[in-house]
Ligand binder design. Sequence first.
Ligand code: ZN
Ligand code: ZN
Length: 195
Amino acid sequence: MTEHRHAAARPTAAGPWVFDTRDIGRRAGSSRSYHREVPASGMGLEGVIAVPDGGEVELDLLLESVVEGVLASGTARTVVVGECSRCLESLSSEVEVDLMELYAYPHSATDATTDEDEVSRLIDDLIDLEPVVRDAIVLALPQVPLCSPDCRGLCSECGGKLAELGPDHGHETMDPRWAALQKRFGADRDNSEEN
Ligand SMILES: [Zn+2]
Ligand SMILES: [Zn+2]
């Protein structure tokens, strides 16, 4: 038996992420589709971009018996919140990921020929979809979240949002000696050019 190997990952039958494949039967080809809205939080990088507390993942799933186990396919959708990494404005965006995962039967050829972390296993006929969905969502998140692709970020001098400060925004950061020279000569030249 494989009970010792899998003891740590044994799903509890009641969890919202858990699917009982006995509902499908083991005849290859039989299938069943599911729609679930599962409470979720913390998927992602908290404070950067992640599913917030009280969040939800919407699952559209097809579980299908195949020779080696149960194939889970479908989509997971959720809303993530975070902070623009340039202007620090809060942002939220929708994330949708495709899922495709084989859960091998214990003692199947797949079970015997693959490592434990290579292919998921059915445990007591149950599938715990949470790790697969979590991985897929985390992978789909941007490493550098932006409020918009062309966000101009913050002024490095005053910290204001450049988009709001306008194109003419700038600061006098001239060397005082150079500023004095410009006052004597530059200003005159500017005036003569204008005239
Ligand atoms: Zn931004
Ligand atoms: Zn500024």
